[in-house]
Design a protein around this ligand. Structure first.
Ligand code: ZN
Length: 489
């Protein structure tokens, strides 16, 4: 189904009063299903219904129903597990992962759901009040959620990304990032000459007390023909050779806007977070002390623990002292104003309770459908049970989220969707060690940096990630830090 809406700006959308001229079309056949004026509330419902029923038996084109394909996929996965001698496909999926068993993942998700629920209920109450007071929507329906959330976010935490961007000059951000890494992990980073594939690419070496530890290429700017996104990749890993030691080399790639005129490149706060994230992967790869190629650096690290060092680094982008020292307005050289930073922080945690529950609903369904579910049975009742258990606002029965859940049915995340939250818990808890030991002025502890480096970064894939984590924290991971960082306590 396709809906065309014209002349949005001429209409009084804000008060929910005006009507919208709309044409509703079947996207496959092009047939016009409806032409007329629609109430915005009705339009939201129409759009929502079209969106959440696509690729299902309730969608506009029943021939595109994914239901039978999903059932077949689940049957074949169950068969694969039986052939391999495992109780369920979830058990097969967890073999190369850090989580010990489906039961442990399910317990983790239920625990997190219970802890996030009060916060999600507060988020919901806030949405209801705003919808009723400011938008004239008395009963909030599923199709109103995205709209009302967006309006509430605008009303409370609006700030301009472009304004923020004026404060993050790339050279200064790199100076801040390198300074942090040098202090915490007892290394020196220096620019070095090397052959590169584009004049914008830089090359650096990392040393400790004169000893070469690793090197990296840094390719920061977007340009035509370059793949979009950001990533870290290994050029080579650390390895003991007969002739000596092969030190690791990494590629660190981002896609920020190149400098314009004589001004330095400016980064959005999201760009800065991405840069720190990729450096987390890079440090995991380059600071390793393991000499076996198969388990040095990022090699051989369990699938659901790989994002620990990267998400860990993101936390520093939310520390006022670090952000303040990294920022200087491109015209005035003034640091980022504290009030603006506080708004950014509030926007980051906006409705984190509801968002967490949504992720848990997906994760729990994924884990249960691959472990406890009988693939000969319809999977929709299971999805409904998960929603009954987790959701604060139950989606309507016609919602066919599972039919477009491509992460688990067409991607590599089958019985693995939980890993997003899992890695967040690990990285938040690891970061909490730095919060607990920081100096009064917020300076991170060098001693904690050394412990983290030795337990997590240097060990690479040479031992189970849980062992590395326990070597650092002295205990199992706890979800408290994540709840606190996302404002849910
Ligand atoms: Zn990553």
């Amino acid at each position: 189904m396709q809906i065309t809406v014209d002349n949005l700006d001429r209409l009084d959308f804000e008060k929910g009063g005006g009507l919208l001229p709309a044409v509703v079309q079947d996207a496959t056949s092009g047939a016009v299903l409806m032409v007329g004026w629609m109430n915005p509330d009705a339009l939201r419902e129409t759009l929502y219904r079209a969106y959440v029923t696509r690729a299902s038996e309730l969608g506009a084109n029943a021939a595109l129903d994914n239901g039978p394909i999903i059932s077949e996929t689940l049957s074949m996965r169950a068969e694969e597990a039986t052939l391999l001698g495992y109780p369920s496909f979830a058990d097969v999926s967890l073999v190369p992962k850090m989580a010990e068993s489906p039961a442990r993942v399910i317990e983790f998700l239920r625990d997190l759901a219970a802890r996030a629920k009060p916060s999600a209920q507060r988020d919901m109450a806030e949405l209801n009040a705003f919808a009723s007071d400011k938008l004239g929507i008395k009963t909030l329906m599923s199709w109103d959620l995205a709209y009302v959330s967006e309006r509430l976010k605008e009303a409370r935490y609006a700030f301009s990304d472009n304004e923020v961007k004026q404060y993050f000059q790339l050279p200064r951000v790199l100076e801040g990032l390198f300074g942090l890494i040098q202090r915490l992990f007892d290394v020196q980073i220096q620019a070095e000459q090397a052959q590169v594939w584009h004049p914008d690419v830089r090359f650096y070496r990392i040393e400790r007390a004169g000893e070469l530890i690793g090197q990296f290429y840094l390719d920061m700017y977007a340009r035509p023909s370059k793949r979009p996104g950001a990533w870290m990749d290994d050029a080579r890993g650390r390895k003991r050779l007969e002739t000596g030691l092969q030190t690791p080399v990494a590629y660190l790639t981002c896609n920020v806007q190149a400098p314009i005129g004589d001004k330095p490149a400016l980064l959005s706060h999201d760009d800065v977070i991405t840069l720190f994230h990729e450096f987390g992967h890079g440090l995991h790869h380059m600071l390793t002390r393991i000499d076996e190629l198969g388990v040095s650096g990022i090699s051989g690290v369990e699938w659901d623990a790989v994002e620990l060092p990267s998400q860990f680094m993101e936390n520093f982008c939310w520390e006022w002292d670090i952000v303040e020292s990294m920022t200087a307005h491109v015209d005035t050289q003034a640091p980022l104003p504290r009030a603006l930073f506080d708004k950014m922080l509030a926007a980051k945690n906006f409705q984190s309770g509801l968002q967490t529950l949504r992720q848990i609903e997906f994760s729990l369904f994924d884990m249960l459908v691959h472990s406890e579910h009988d693939p000969a049975q319809d999977f929709m009742p299971l999805l409904q049970r998960v929603r009954d258990e987790v959701a604060v606002m139950r989606p309507p029965a016609f919602n066919r989220m599972a039919h477009t859940f491509s992460h688990i049915f067409a991607g590599g995340y089958a019985a693995g969707y939980y890993s997003y939250k899992w890695a967040e818990v690990l990285s938040a808890d690891a970061y909490a060690a730095f919060e607990e030991t920081a100096a009064a002025d917020g300076t991170p502890s060098v001693e904690t940096g050394r412990l983290y480096r030795q337990a997590i970064l240097e060990a690479g894939g040479s031992r189970p990630a849980l062992e590395s984590f326990k070597a650092f924290r002295g205990r199992e991971p706890s979800i408290d830090a994540l709840l606190r960082h996302q404002g849910m306590v």
